[in-house]
Design a protein around this ligand. Structure first.
Ligand code: ATP
Ligand code: MG
Length: 217
């Protein structure tokens, strides 16, 4: 069997994109994935909650329905369960094959939303992550940042009144989420890069490529 010479044969990196509602994570994952593929890297794009059949089933439970559908604890457990499926069935196997994994939200979303804004506590979220996913962490986390409220506004324009259970939470909740993300980034500077998500999608993409420059060589 002939080896493909157009695929760069080196270790794959696990990169997560994080940030509040509507800051452009999904848009930027698509642009990043296309750019890396064009450069010859073997990548998969995935998202949380979801990324596999079990994860997608739990995604419906988490995003749909009444805002008070779950207790905060149940919600944290469901996210951890979805992530366990995703890591075991998709992320780890891809990394073992040497692929890059680009993931739209990961553990830092659970830390910021459930751990901090919903009051479950970061240590408890880390324990669930250890139980469910052996504590697997990304090599790099790109935190997309917009001023408070701007991302939610973008998401509202995108979704009309059909926002999910998280978009419907008030500005105070989203402010806490943004502050928690910022704190996580400052506490873990070797893993995080903070990306200004204002301007056009193309401008943000350029900033993202610059922030992973060191992984490409
Ligand atoms: N740089 C940008 N400038 C203006 N609008 C943008 C920009 N990037 C994305 N958008 C638009 O803003 C909306 C939210 O973007 P996107 O869906 O990528 O955000 P997200 O972070 O994935 O949101 P969510 O948290 O809901 O998954 C979309 O309608 C998208 O087309
Ligand atoms: Mg998205």
């Amino acid at each position: 069997m002939a080896f493909r010479t157009d695929v760069i044969n080196k270790q794959g990196y696990f990169i997560s994109l994080e940030g509040g509602e509507g800051v452009g994570k999904s848009t930027q994952i698509r642009l990043l994935g296309a750019d890396l593929k064009e450069k010859g890297f073997d990548i998969i794009e995935t998202r949380e909650p979801g990324g596999c059949p079990g994860g997608n089933a739990i995604r419906h439970l988490l995003l749909e329905g009444d805002i008070h559908r779950w207790t905060n604890a149940t919600e944290a457990l469901l996210f951890a369960a979805a992530r366990s499926e995703h890591v075991t069935r998709v992320i780890r196997p891809a990394l073992d094959k040497g692929q890059w994994v680009l993931c739209d939200r990961y553990i830092d979303s659970s830390l910021a939303y459930q751990g901090d804004a919903s009051g479950i506590g970061e240590d408890n979220i880390r324990k669930l992550h250890y139980i469910g996913s052996q504590g697997l962490m990304p090599h790099r986390t790109l935190l997309l940042v917009l001023p408070n409220g701007e991302g939610v506004e973008r998401a509202k324009i995108r979704d009309g009144n059909q926002g999910n259970r998280f978009e419907k939470r008030d500005l105070d909740y989203h402010k806490k989420v943004n502050e928690a993300f910022h704190k996580l980034a400052l506490e873990n500077p070797e893993r995080f890069r903070i990306i200004d998500a204002s301007g056009t999608a193309e401008m943000v993409h350029k900033r993202i490529m610059h922030s992973i420059d060191d992984l490409l060589s």
